[in-house]
Write a protein that binds this ligand. Structure first.
Ligand SMILES: Nc1ncnc2c1ncn2[C@@H]1O[C@H](COP(=O)(O)OP(=O)(O)OP(=O)(O)O)[C@@H](O)[C@H]1O
Length: 271
């Protein structure tokens, strides 16, 4: 048993932002959360994390309504990394990762050994050990992103919710991060814009449009030219199994108006 949304709705500014979405995660899967800008991905993730309450429907953790559970109990189970996660205080990277241990501290004291082990493991898994003594503010966007993910892993969650975690990451770190997420024995929801990364790493994907769930299933079944044209309004060619069995690769077909021949001269460094 893990997380589920049952007919979840949420409104803001007089508008329905998440509109009756139901999804039940499967233990250990990586679920991709897809959809155009403003389709409600971050809003749904925040509802699943219990960071905000639903206006209709319910989020369930092991079949129990999230809103009836204690904050600490949820935080020991569910970790979330939001877009542009930041910290105002001038901490080192290691101190940021240690924040992930807060839900595990009792009212008197925590288990210092368990905390230290979890922090070391999270730093190693995310390749951020070498950054441990750096001040947060001096880290690049990609380094900050990986440290935030280390913080979430130090929390030792069973459910991990990631909002655009590959933002700021170079291509190798994007691949490494999603491979790590797939390897860990966690149930993960990951909001992604890159459909090829979703096809490569997600066991299932769901697609939102204007707050509604419009499709759900295996990447190969969902990421069809028809769906991409309908939801993203972009023509695409889908090469089935090109990225592995059941894992399509997507090639976007730029309208001819965008596709003027490359001009080598425009790429020359100016002197
Ligand atoms: N607190 C809020 N008040 C008013 N409108 C909001 C609020 N939060 C989100 N919205 C609106 O809800 C819609 C969905 O936003 P959300 O951030 O969930 O989309 P998204 O799919 O994550 O977008 P993106 O891909 O651009 O990150 C947007 O139109 C956004 O402006």
């Amino acid at each position: 048993m893990t997380l589920a949304a049952r007919e979840v709705s949420w409104s803001a500014g007089g508008r329905l932002i998440v509109d009756g979405v139901s999804v039940a995660l499967r233990d250990g899967e990586t679920l991709g959360l897809l959809g155009p800008n403003g389709s409600g991905k971050s809003s749904l993730l925040r509802l699943l994390a219990g960071l905000r309450g639903t206006d209709g429907g319910a989020v369930l953790l092991d079949g129990r309504e999230l809103r009836t559970l204690r904050r600490g109990e949820v935080a020991r189970r569910v970790a979330v990394v939001e877009q542009q996660a930041s910290t105002e205080v001038d901490l080192t990277a290691e101190q940021v990762v240690r924040l992930g241990r807060i839900p595990h501290r009792g009212s008197w004291s925590g288990d210092a050994d368990a905390d230290a082990r979890a922090v070391e493991r999270a730093l190693a898994e995310t390749g951020t050990s070498a950054l441990r003594d750096r001040r947060w503010r001096t880290l690049s966007g990609g380094e900050q992103q990986r440290v935030q993910i280390a913080r979430a892993l130090a929390q030792e969650p069973r459910e991990l919710l990631l909002d655009e975690p590959t933002n700021h990451l170079d291509v190798r770190h994007q691949l490494d991060l999603l491979a790590l997420v797939g390897r860990l024995p966690l149930t993960t929801v990951v909001a992604l814009h890159d459909l090829n990364l979703a096809a490569l790493f997600c066991d299932r994907v769901i697609v939102l449009r204007a707050g509604r769930l419009v499709s759900a299933g295996r990447p190969a079944d969902v990421l069809t030219p028809a769906l991409i044209a309908d939801v993203y309004e972009v023509a695409a060619e889908v090469l089935p199994d090109a990225a592995g069995p059941g894992r399509p690769a997507i090639r976007f077909l730029a309208p001819s108006a965008y596709a003027s021949p490359p001009d080598a001269r425009s790429c020359q460094p100016s002197r």
